[in-house]
Design a binder for this molecule. Structure first.
Ligand code: PMP
Length: 287
């Protein structure tokens, strides 16, 4: 069955799912998006993703032409139309087509696009052996330039850092903020574990407020770990016992090396594995 893509209230065959080349989403990256996941037919934290989407849109003065409740329903309907139960959902809102100038007032009809796909993950063995990452020279967007809390269609900042990672043979790369502090990875949030305490950069470190990050903070607290959201630098990672990343696609994945230096004993640690298992139970429990 050919996948069906939602655009503005209608479902289109993949080959017919098209929008204008004059859309400012394409011309300028002017728009916002979400990456969401469903487990056994139930979308994980759908309302939280939709809330973040509308907040991103508000931050760029983009009015989404439907309510949050209708957007939730459109996601569920698109999944059902595609008969997908374990899926990755890409929700994209563009500014709409306009003239060849930046001015968003000269656009009309923001486009609402929902693409569903099977989930593509990091290779399974990396959850056993852990990721090796490098620090990218590309710094994370300055929050006063383009706030990383906005999940905008302009992802070049992350793409440039990701290229540095892949050129060095790594699937992820650490990004520092304009102060040289640890921010996040190109598409994942970062955590460390030290003396069985769980630490992650605070939102004011200039990061995306990950839905998985929030879920893992909740899980860790309720499992009795002490949890800290704080300023971190690379030294904190080098002296940590464990490190892991969180994200919708990645879930909870261990990191065992930063810039060629092993973290802890160079193997995924017990707290990471515990949180990974608890996260799995949560997503399946909420499913
Ligand atoms: N940081 C960045 C830059 C991201 O793009 C993402 C999402 N891929 C994340 C963190 C993780 O966010 P979430 O847990 O909501 O997927």
């Amino acid at each position: 069955m050919s996948p069906k893509v939602y655009i503005g209230g209608k479902l289109y065959e993949k080959a017919d799912a098209k929008i204008s080349v004059f859309d400012h989403g394409l011309l300028y990256g002017d728009g916002v998006f979400e990456g969401i996941r469903s487990y056994s037919g139930k979308v994980f934290r759908l309302e939280a993703h939709i809330k973040r989407l509308y907040e991103s849109a508000r931050a760029i003065s983009l009015v989404i032409p439907m309510t949050q409740a209708d957007m939730c329903q459109a996601v569920v309907d698109t999944l059902n139309a595609n008969k997908l139960v374990d899926a990755y959902i890409r929700l994209v809102i563009t500014r709409g087509a306009g003239s060849l100038g930046l001015d968003p007032r000269k656009t009309s009809d923001p486009q609402v696009i929902i693409i569903t796909d099977s989930i593509s993950l990091y290779p399974a063995e990396l959850y056993e052996s852990g990721l090796k990452i490098i620090t990218a020279g590309t710094m994370r967007n300055h929050p006063s330039a383009l706030n990383p809390r906005i999940k905008s269609l302009n992802y070049l900042n992350s793409i440039l850092a990701k290229m540095e990672g892949t050129n060095a043979g790594c699937l992820e790369a650490l990004m520092l903020n304009h102060k040289g502090e640890v921010a996040e990875c190109t598409g994942d949030n970062i955590f460390i574990v030290r003396d069985r305490e769980v630490h992650t950069p605070s939102i004011d470190s200039g990061i995306l407020e990950g839905i998985t990050r929030d879920a893992v903070l909740e899980i860790a607290k309720s499992a009795g770990y002490k949890v800290f959201e704080r300023t971190m630098d690379r030294h904190d990672i080098h002296i940590s016992d464990e490190c892991f990343l969180t994200g919708t696609a990645a879930e909870v994945i261990p990191v065992v090396e930063l810039d060629g230096r092993p973290i802890g004993n160079g193997k995924p640690g017990p707290v990471t594995l515990d949180l990974h298992a608890r996260f799995h139970r949560l997503v399946r429990g909420e499913a």
